[in-house]
Design a protein around this ligand. Structure first.
Ligand code: UD1
Length: 357
């Protein structure tokens, strides 16, 4: 089968690494990078570290408003699809690259497979929620990472879905030992294991709001442990725009975005993680590190139910209390599968190929 995979943003590179490896054993893969993330530390480093094949196409779309970014991607992806005529288009997650890929393919009557299908925050103010719902409803094959995701799709009347587990767990299992051996991030930043916090913020609801961003940063300045903060380009832009960047005290180490291996090691040895990222909430769970989520809702509800994740929004008091008191749980389930999602997806793709070809 000729599969055309579309990626564009940081978390998609991580998920694509194990699946691309597995797909290429049995199928032909064409890899398309939309160019949504383009800075070397947001893109190139992941391809190098995770041995992801060089993209066959880089569409160079870059930044822009949602309509502009998604529209440019649609135009460029359509050209590639007409040229390559794949049997199936594979899209990942919930970014503008995901939606553009699914829409361009389904309009040309090309089958679409969605990896990380069925996630819902039930918050339509999040651009990612719109991307998820629309992508799921145009897809022919839906690969769910969790039981909850599968149930969400059933509730929306979608039945062509499969529970396969989470590709991020495949990536983490494969790379944990490599990160332990290769990364010297703790030494480089003079950190003692379990004596620091890792924090990341990049959601528009936090970055674009002065009130939320300043409340989060005030809490991080007052945190009980030193905070290491890899800064997403969007966040850097707003921290500078709102004049917060220069007011950050010595409790916070602002650093450039990290590659996968450095980030994995940094998170594994941290005391707690504070984030508004979806992927990091999962990785914290997989690593057994308590996660404080600076959002009002999450798609990864199992991590909260299991006692490893707490939702605190951007509220100063709640963040401080969670940093001081939230310790996670004593037990952990297997909510993200067994780390073999890529094999399971490939088996289903091969079955599907026999049916459609
Ligand atoms: C996107 C995804 C989000 C995902 C996140 C991972 C959408 C709607 N959002 O958010 O779901 O969790 O990626 O990081 O698709 N920028 C750079 N260099 C880069 C990339 C971005 O400077 O390499 C800046 C640009 O100024 C841009 C801003 O960051 O305007 C935001 O980037 P964008 O890709 O639009 O969204 P993210 O916030 O990264």
């Amino acid at each position: 089968m000729k599969i055309l995979s579309i990626v564009g943003a940081r978390p998609q590179f991580i998920k694509c690494a194990p699946l691309s490896r597995a797909i290429r054993k049995d199928h032909e893969e064409i890899l398309v990078h939309t160019g949504q993330h383009y800075d070397p530390e947001m893109s190139d480093i992941f391809f190098k570290e995770l041995n992801i094949p060089e993209p066959d196409y880089n569409l160079g779309v870059g930044s822009g408003s949602h309509g502009e970014q998604t529209g440019k991607m649609l135009i460029e992806i359509e050209k590639v699809l007409l040229r390559e005529s794949p049997n199936l288009v594979l899209v990942y997650g919930d970014t503008n690259s995901t939606l553009a890929g699914a829409l361009a393919a389904s309009k040309l009557d090309i089958k679409v497979a969605h990896v990380e299908a069925g996630l819902r925050s039930f918050d339509r103010a999040m651009p990612e929620e719109i991307n998820r719902v629309l992508t799921d409803h145009t897809s022919n094959l839906l690969f769910c990472p969790t039981e909850t995701a599968l149930l969400n799709l059933k509730a929306e009347g979608i039945i062509s879905s499969y529970l396969v587990g989470d590709l991020m767990f495949d990536a983490l299992k494969h790379n944990k030992k490599i990160a332990a051996e290769k990364s010297a991030i703790l030494e480089d930043l003079c950190l003692t294991p379990k004596e620091y916090i890792v924090a990341t913020v990049h959601r528009p609801s936090n970055t674009d709001s002065f009130e939320n961003l300043s409340s989060i940063f005030k809490a991080l300045c007052d945190a009980k442990w030193p905070v290491v903060f890899p800064v997403h380009p969007r966040t850097e832009k707003f921290l500078k725009f709102y004049g917060i960047w220069n007011k950050v005290n010595e409790n916070i180490k602002l650093i450039t975005p990290l590659g996968y291996l450095e980030m994995l090691k940094l998170m594994e040895h941290s005391r707690k993680i504070l984030t508004d990222s979806g992927g990091i909430q999962k990785e914290a769970y997989m690593l057994g590190v308590p996660c404080i989520t600076i959002r009002e809702n999450t798609e990864w509800t199992e991590t909260v139910k299991d006692g490893w994740n707490i939702l605190v929004g951007a509220n100063y008091g709640k963040i401080i209390t969670a940093i001081e008191r939230f310790e996670g749980s004593h037990t952990k389930g297997d909510i993200f599968g067994d780390g073999n999602a890529s094999e399971k997806i490939c088996e289903i793709l091969s079955m599907y190929n026999r049916l459609i070809c």
